[in-house]
Design a protein around this ligand. Sequence first.
Ligand code: TXA
Ligand code: MG
Length: 349
Amino acid sequence: MNTIIQKVEKEHPDETVLKQAGEILKSGGLVAFPTETVYGLGGDGLNARSSEKIYAAKGRPSDNPLIIHISDMESLDRIVSYVPEKARKLAEKYWPGPLTMIFQKSEEVPLETTGGLDSVAVRMPSHKTARMLIRYGGGYVAAPSANTSGRPSPTKASHVIEDLNGKVEMILDGGEVGIGLESTIVDFTEEIPVILRPGYINQEMLEEVLGQVRMDKGLLITDTGIRPKAPGMKYRHYAPKAQLTIIEGNTEAVVQEINRRCQDGEAAGLRAGVIGTDETVSAYHAQVVKSIGTRQDEESIARHLFGILREFDEEKVDMIFSESFETPRMGQAIMNRLLKAAGHHIIKV
Ligand code: TXA
Ligand code: MG
């Protein structure tokens, strides 16, 4: 398939291009597009065949449900059977934005879109291009992150092109995304709302609106048989080709430990890579040292995480060591992704 790659301006996306993209969706095709979190791979969420195409293009297991993206509140009622009052309050505060909510689905949503579940995940993105695409594309855009299953989520169009060129009808290139981690997912099918995936909107922000909120047990416990409720959270994810190890502790001890491990690796003929910050990169001695951002601005760390994991694949390193990022606001979301990328390989010093 010949993939059309179209640049779009972030603040003023071209109507003609977006209409063309919308027509592709309405006729059952796939369009990758930017959102404020990560790039999405869109198809018509009410069309079972489109959802099947999404799974095929990503190489994603078909029991892993998709998020349906809407552009206004009026669209919600058609796809869900019931919206609790608390969820409406949360929507008022954080939609449009990086928040996904799970409800019981209506008859209109095909089981192909929900991976066989009777619940449906819904998000209203704030990104202009995404919103226009949803409107021109029929109002219900099913979209997982636009990466090959298992690879880091795409934060730039070049990442999408790497994974999906030739497999989708169109890729909209809106430059680099703002947040860089996928949306926070909150499950409203239970009495007390449950966080299934941490994100930019953190537990404290949710509790301010909802009162009590639980964290899914499957997210907290990594070495028992408890499965996360979001099917996608159980898969090995974001994994770079080389083994990634996180070293946690005070900065000085971490730098020392990482340098020691890189030196040992290099003595054994291995190529080592380090993920540090602007504050520490000059202290590392390894073949490839990269800064993920600055500790003065935790959002910079979130924004560059997936991109840096992809860069290390190109560097052909054999081993990667990373600092730990338990930052105040987004630490939970950042560490959730980093731990997955490391297969939960973390060493405390
Ligand atoms: O920021 C985002 O959410 C991005 C952009 C494109 O909007 N999308 C995204 O989709 O991250 P995806 O498919 O990569 O991740 C969706 C996650 C998966 O872990 C999936 O298992 C879970 O949401 N999920 C979807 N529907 C669900 C449901 N009905 N019940 C439980 N988990 C669900
Ligand atoms: Mg994903």
